[in-house]
Write a protein of this length. Structure first.
Lengths: 117, 113
């Protein structure tokens, strides 16, 4: 199993450009999520999905869109990149959602380091 | 958003020394996890604790969950250079009919040979 894969590994964008960060998992996990990690801020939840066709907002959703057409894939779209979106982005998956009240193990991808100039 | 404080923020020690890092909140956790993140990689789960007072051991790492489930600690005995990394705690809180997972900002550990 490859686990959780993310592409690209690095990306530089100009302000106003759009792009999609790809995330895929091969563990048949229902729950997937996107986090951003900034120095001194920890991991913050952007969007999450409890299954194909179902998505919801996390703590910092503004400027990002997601969709979940299959169990395996959960892309994150930046609509119009801003310097404040410079960060490291992690995709994660788990067997079940935290909203269930059970703290499942989350499997994280290797991250995408995004710089917006 | 619940606040989850980790301390110290940075820690640099010599190989062979012992260390403890802490994770504290003013709120009660339903359960708590510790993750380790190496440079350029995503976090990897070390342990999950769910019962107040629980102690779990993973080789040289000892995890403790406070009796009141508001705090947790990670103790490393005889640190090795392979322990270098960012240690994150993540607490699951319940409130207003929903659950929320919050990550601390992490403790960056450097073990010097």
């Amino acid at each position: 199993n490859a686990g959780v894969t993310q592409t690209p590994k690095f990306q530089v964008l100009k302000t106003g450009q759009s792009m999609t960060l790809q995330c895929a998992q091969d563990m048949n996990h229902e729950y997937m999520s996107w986090y951003r990690q900034d120095p001194g801020m920890g991991l913050r939840l952007i969007h999450y999905s409890v299954g194909a066709g179902i998505t919801d907002q996390g703590e910092v959703p503004n400027g990002y869109n997601v969709s979940r057409s299959t169990t395996e894939d959960f892309p994150l779209r930046l609509l119009s990149a801003a310097p404040s979106q410079t960060s490291v982005y992690f995709c994660a998956s788990s067997y079940g959602p935290v909203t269930s009240g059970f703290i499942y193990e989350q499997y994280f991808g290797p991250g995408t380091r995004l710089t917006v100039t | 958003t619940q606040l989850l404080e980790q301390s110290p923020q940075f820690l640099s020690i010599q190989e062979g020394e012992n260390l403890t890092v802490y994770c504290n909140s003013s709120s009660v956790f339903s359960s708590l996890q510790w993750y380790r993140q190496e440079p350029g990689e995503g976090p990897v789960l070390l342990v999950t604790v769910v019962t107040g007072g629980e102690v779990k051991k993973l080789k040289r790492l000892t995890f403790q969950f406070g009796d009141a489930r508001k705090d947790s600690s990670l103790h490393i005995t005889a640190a090795q250079t392979g322990d270098t990394g960012l240690y994150l705690c993540a607490g699951l809180y319940s409130g207003a009919g929903s659950y929320q997972l919050t990550f601390g900002k992490g403790t960056k550990l450097s073990v010097i040979p």
